[in-house]
Design a protein around this ligand. Structure first.
Ligand SMILES: Cc1cc2nc3c(=O)[nH]c(=O)nc-3n(C[C@H](O)[C@H](O)[C@H](O)COP(=O)(O)OP(=O)(O)OC[C@H]3O[C@@H](n4cnc5c(N)ncnc54)[C@H](O)[C@@H]3O)c2cc1C
Length: 400
């Protein structure tokens, strides 16, 4: 699968951070993790001191899957509003899911504090504004439900948005709990720490066959070398779908750009993440070097190939959408890219095992909040692999 087209900003800026060998001889491990993106990195890192030997294998390079293309908004607000999710999965499960995502942002902060530098991690507020006047009622209901469950949110009228953000929109919810990150560097840092515990990472090693045998699972790699493991984790991002006997997600296409650098005078309240109620939504945030990132204009299908002219057209649409809200900012696109992106029907990830496939665990953080879902997946899978129960596992179970 073509995970993205044209180089994402972080790949250009950060380049090759660390290199890993490919697999050329048979190896044995307690746990084999297929994939080396942020989901695999967090899972491997959580298991690093568990006493289990772990091997990680990726067909590409560490972090160079969807992780490098991620715009890395860290939000507890998943793509399905709390009001709607409550109707789908019950209010308690919906609130628990939102709370876990909020906690995941602070868990990332704790991990980043252990590493230096902090990979552009920062806690920033998150503003969701109504796209149209007709959306204000539903946004107020969302605000009321979040307030009822003690989320730290503030209601902003149109005048407040103009004053604090110079943003032209009818109303909004300002949440104190949001974050941002360089997900690519973060992934590399997790693997560096993981390696210190004697584990191994292989790149340029595609797993072509997964065979169950009496000792566990045998993975056959593209190089012919094999891995014998007791348990495996499938953290192959959107390419994981082929390993599932059931359809759980739709793959779509999303677009992003990073602008040229701008003077300080153009930035807004707390450098908040800004997004909206329309679906699909346009979102923007401040990134390093005083640049602005804009994302959205999704297509509801996966494009196997996206032409430069399509990306250019989508960039213009993103800039227009931005200027509709922030007409005073003279933003010019500098880097643009497109990426595959999977969505589930309730907006929640799928984490855990499936009855038909023994000793196999999936870390599928699909949806707009993929990175916070990766944190939750790592925590749940760690417990499952170590044979412990996890009180949150049922929220993201395949049988929900
Ligand atoms: C443009 C864009 C914007 C996004 N914005 C956000 C955002 O703002 N906030 C957010 O939280 N999330 C966002 N996401 C989603 C987020 O990036 C993903 O959820 C996350 O990066 C997925 O990480 P992963 O490790 O699961 O997958 P990946 O990073 O894709 O890693 C999976 C790895 O598995 C490897 N692999 C696949 N098959 C095999 C095989 N057979 N053998 C060996 N290796 C294999 C791949 O090479 C790949 O490196 C965005 C995604 C895109 C594309």
């Amino acid at each position: 699968m073509n995970l993205y087209e044209q180089l994402p900003y972080w790949l250009i800026r950060d380049g090759i951070v660390s290199s890993y060998p490919s697999l050329h001889a048979d190896v044995k491990a307690d746990v084999a993790i297929i994939g080396a993106g942020v989901s695999a990195a967090l899972t491997a890192w959580h298991l690093r001191a568990s006493g289990r030997s772990i091997v990680v294998l990726d067909r590409r390079h560490v972090g160079m899957g969807s992780t490098a293309a991620s715009t890395a908004f860290l939000q507890y607000e998943i793509d399905t509003p709390l009001t709607k999710l409550s109707k789908m999965v019950g209010e308690k499960n919906a609130v628990d899911s939102y709370r876990l995502c909020r906690q995941a942002i602070y868990d990332i902060e704790d991990i980043c504090k252990k590493f230096k530098p902090a990979f552009e991690f920062s806690i920033v507020p998150s503003l969701q504004h109504a796209s149209y006047r007709t959306h204000v009622g539903q946004l107020r209901e969302e605000y009321a439900l979040r307030k009822k469950h003690s989320f730290n949110v503030e209601w902003l009228e149109s005048d407040d948005l103009a004053q604090k953000f110079r943003l032209d929109a009818p109303a909004g919810i300002l949440s104190a709990d949001g974050g941002q990150l360089d997900a690519y560097l973060f992934t590399h840092a997790l693997f560096r720490d993981f390696l210190k515990h004697g584990h191994v990472v292989y790149n340029n090693t595609a797993i072509n066959h997964i065979r169950h045998n009496k000792d566990g699972i045998r993975l056959v790699s593209s190089n012919g070398a094999e891995v014998q493991a007791k348990k495996i984790v499938i953290a192959c991002g959107y390419e994981s779908l082929k390993y599932l006997p059931i359809k759980i997600a739709e793959v779509q296409t999303t677009y992003a750009l990073v602008s040229e650098a701008l003077p300080n005078e153009y930035f807004w309240h707390g450098n908040s993440l800004i997004w909206e109620t329309a679906s699909p939504y346009t979102y923007f945030r401040v990134v390093s070097e005083n640049r602005i990132l804009i994302g959205g204009r999704d297509d509801p299908y996966h494009r196997p190939h996206i032409s430069p002219s399509t990306i250019d057209k989508k960039s213009k649409m993103l800039v227009n959408a931005f200027h509709k809200r922030m007409p005073h900012i003279p933003l010019k696109p500098d880097f643009s890219w497109a990426g595959a992106f999977a969505v589930t029907s309730d907006g929640l990830p799928y984490i855990g095992g499936i009855k038909q496939i023994p000793n196999t665990y999936f870390a599928l953080g699909f949806g707009g909040n993929g990175i916070t879902f990766s944190v939750i997946a790592a925590q749940i899978l760690k417990d499952m692999i170590l044979g412990k129960s996890n009180i949150h596992a049922h929220l993201f179970d395949f049988s929900r």
